[in-house]
Design a protein around this ligand. Structure first.
Ligand SMILES: NC(=O)c1ccc[n+]([C@@H]2O[C@H](COP(=O)([O-])OP(=O)(O)OC[C@H]3O[C@@H](n4cnc5c(N)ncnc54)[C@H](O)[C@@H]3O)[C@@H](O)[C@H]2O)c1
Length: 336
């Protein structure tokens, strides 16, 4: 039995705590304690588990075998570093860090330890639709893949959003899933800033439009619209030589009422990707028992998504296409 400590009991931290109480985790793992300033003790009481008084107390505890980090972005670096210091496997929600230097520091320490301890919460890799899209690309079912169109629209923007939020907070998921589906790196990005939505508020530049070029000159388009408002709507369409593959919006019951007919859209990431989170966390726990290959994102994947987001900042600010220099994946991070 793996004893897990969870850090950060905000929105996703509580969702993961509830998730880890499902039967699919019985006999393989349980969360035995949490640390979070403010809400930690209250949440610990709700779930009948221990409240630790600091992240270091939790991570260093002999009772804890593995750690899930769901704290706010700016604490991920120091908390992942502590996991490395105390030799604890960690599943950290994205991002690894918003700083490239901090991300590289974690990569350096992990390589010096000679042991892969860091996994990152890029859960789309476990979503059945993305899995099917990846297989369709690899099998060349409709011939060579030529283009990919992604849309990432959300019901509400994250708090304190600014023009960097679209790429750094939201589109890191697109960058990761595109790399994962295509097994290719990007070589350039150009960001377009169309007319701003009146709903975007003062600090957000929303929507934004991104064109990424792959190392083999395929084009990928991404629309990011954080204040779309009407629902959580993530779409992906692959255009190949003889047809297209599109991910449906979440298929639910067909509802007819008040002279309308249609499907309910998910409200947020948890509703849309619930099964993906379950499969991701279960895969992570099982990986702690065996050394089998998994599709979990690692620290290198985390670093690259932050690198690509930083190049998007450069392009948005300069209005120019920006070259990406992505080195080949270090041997240490090639699949187990
Ligand atoms: N994979 C995904 O799809 C996904 C979805 C949502 C959020 N996230 C990531 O999860 C993290 C949390 O997001 P959220 O929406 O739950 O945010 P949130 O603001 O609801 O929760 C953050 C929590 O961190 C706690 N916290 C603050 N300082 C801390 C510290 N030093 N140590 C421990 N905890 C601390 C806060 O008290 C709060 O409870 C973010 O990094 C976010 O990017 C990932």
């Amino acid at each position: 039995m793996i004893n897990i400590g969870l850090i950060g009991t905000g929105t996703i931290g509580k969702q993961h705590l509830e998730r880890l109480h499902k039967d699919i985790y019985t006999n393989i793992a349980k969360v035995i304690g949490v640390y979070s300033p403010n809400s930690g003790p209250f949440v610990a009481k709700q779930f009948g588990i221990k409240a630790y008084s600091s992240s270091e107390e939790l991570i260093s505890s002999d009772e804890i075998n593995a750690v899930i980090i769901c704290s706010a972005d700016e604490f991920h670096y120091e908390q992942v570093k502590l996991c490395l210091k105390y030799n604890k496997p960690v599943l950290c929600e994205k991002p690894l860090s918003q700083s490239l230097d901090e991300s590289l520091d974690l990569i350096k320490i992990e390589q010096e330890l000679g042991k892969r301890l860091i996994s990152l919460g890029f859960m789309r890799r476990f979503d059945p639709y993305y899995i099917q899209l990846k297989k369709s690309i690899q099998n060349k079912k409709f011939g060579e893949m030529l283009l990919i169109h992604c849309k990432h629209r959300t019901t509400f923007p994250p708090p304190n959003s600014n023009p960097s939020t679209n790429a750094h907070v939201s589109l890191v998921h697109e960058f990761d899933i595109l790399r994962w589906m295509t097994n290719e790196e990007f070589k350039s990005v150009k960001v377009y800033v169309p007319n701003k939505s009146a709903k975007a508020g003062e600090k957000l530049q929303d929507p934004q439009f991104f064109i990424l070029k792959s190392s083999t000159d395929r084009l990928y388009t991404i629309e990011s619209f954080l204040s779309a408002g009407y629902g959580y709507d993530v779409q992906c369409e692959i255009v190949a030589e003889e047809g297209t593959y599109s991910m449906p919006n979440q298929v639910d019951l067909l509802l007819s009422t008040n002279l309308n007919i249609g499907h309910k859209l998910p409200y947020d990431w948890n509703e849309r990707f619930s099964q993906a989170y379950d499969d991701e966390i279960r895969t992570w726990i099982l990986s702690l028992y065996t050394s089998n290959k998994t599709d979990l994102a690692n620290a290198w994947d985390g670093y690259l998504t932050t690198y690509i987001a930083s190049k998007c900042d450069e392009s948005r600010e300069s209005g120019k296409e920006v070259v990406l220099n992505i080195p080949s994946t270090p041997q240490f991070y090639l699949k187990r």
